[in-house]
Design a protein around this ligand. Structure first.
Ligand SMILES: [Zn+2]
Length: 241
């Protein structure tokens, strides 16, 4: 049975930014599940949601992938604070995301690889996806063949996110690095004109020569509470200014 590659993306643009060249290189069926894609609905800016979805679909066409939007409200839409985000108080939200992911993944494929965000930028939506991803493994009827946690670009350009990322990669996982072609990365990021100015695109594409992810084995995933505890400790130790 051919393997489907399923990518969990907190927002439209995260897979393009973090794994754009890698996903393009893959053959077979590729599906991006974008969780938090509703922006500013209560603010008369619903257009932004539509625009961002269109941009994601344009990218998906370039890399021959399908997109599923879960339509959860993003941080701005919820009025949630980035810097005072309490990771432990958001269990209810994480449970909901996990349930939605389990339903979708179960309905998509029996044989698949799963790609989840590492949360290194400490963006609340990314952290929520990270936690939700850890929760789902014990509930999936058919576990993934392989599980990868990817480093989020452009956050990993920041020194403190880089530290967090390095720590994550030092844990018991197998590091995968995909060498990118800058021109190709630029072409893929050009789908996101509402989010990225040309100078940002160049900065991001030239700042990263690789897209990086860790492959976790099932025995580690099944002890996901350990990972969560380690991660919390790590984040406590690295305060953003
Ligand atoms: Zn994001």
């Amino acid at each position: 049975m051919p393997l489907v590659n399923i990518f969990i993306s907190p927002h439209p643009d995260d897979i393009s930014l973090s794994l754009g060249c890698y996903i393009k290189s893959l053959t077979g069926r590729k599906i991006i599940i974008t969780t938090h894609c509703r922006s500013f609905d209560d603010d008369g800016m619903a257009d932004q949601t539509i625009t961002r979805k269109k941009e994601e679909l344009a990218f998906a066409e370039k890399v021959n992938a399908e997109v599923i939007f879960l339509d959860l409200p993003d941080t701005n839409c919820r009025g949630a604070s980035w810097w005072n985000f309490d990771y432990t108080l958001n269990k209810k939200d994480n449970d909901l995301i996990a349930r939605l992911l389990i339903n979708k993944i179960t309905s998509i494929a029996k044989a698949y690889n799963l790609f989840c965000p590492l949360g290194v930028g400490m963006h609340p939506d990314h952290i929520a996806c990270y936690y939700s991803s850890l929760q789902i493994f014990s509930h999936l009827r058919q576990p993934p063949e392989s599980v990868f946690f990817y480093e989020e670009i452009p956050y990993s350009l920041l020194s403190k996110s880089r530290l967090l990322s390095q720590e994550a990669f030092l844990r018991k996982g197998e590091l995968f690095e995909f060498l990118i072609q800058t021109d190709e990365k630029i072409r893929l990021l050009e789908c996101y004109t509402s989010q990225l100015q040309p100078e940002h695109i160049n900065q991001i594409a030239s700042g990263h020569s690789k897209e990086r992810m860790i492959k976790y084995n099932h025995s580690i995933i099944s002890k996901s509470t350990c990972i969560t505890a380690e991660y919390l400790a790590l984040m406590d130790g690295i305060k953003l200014v």
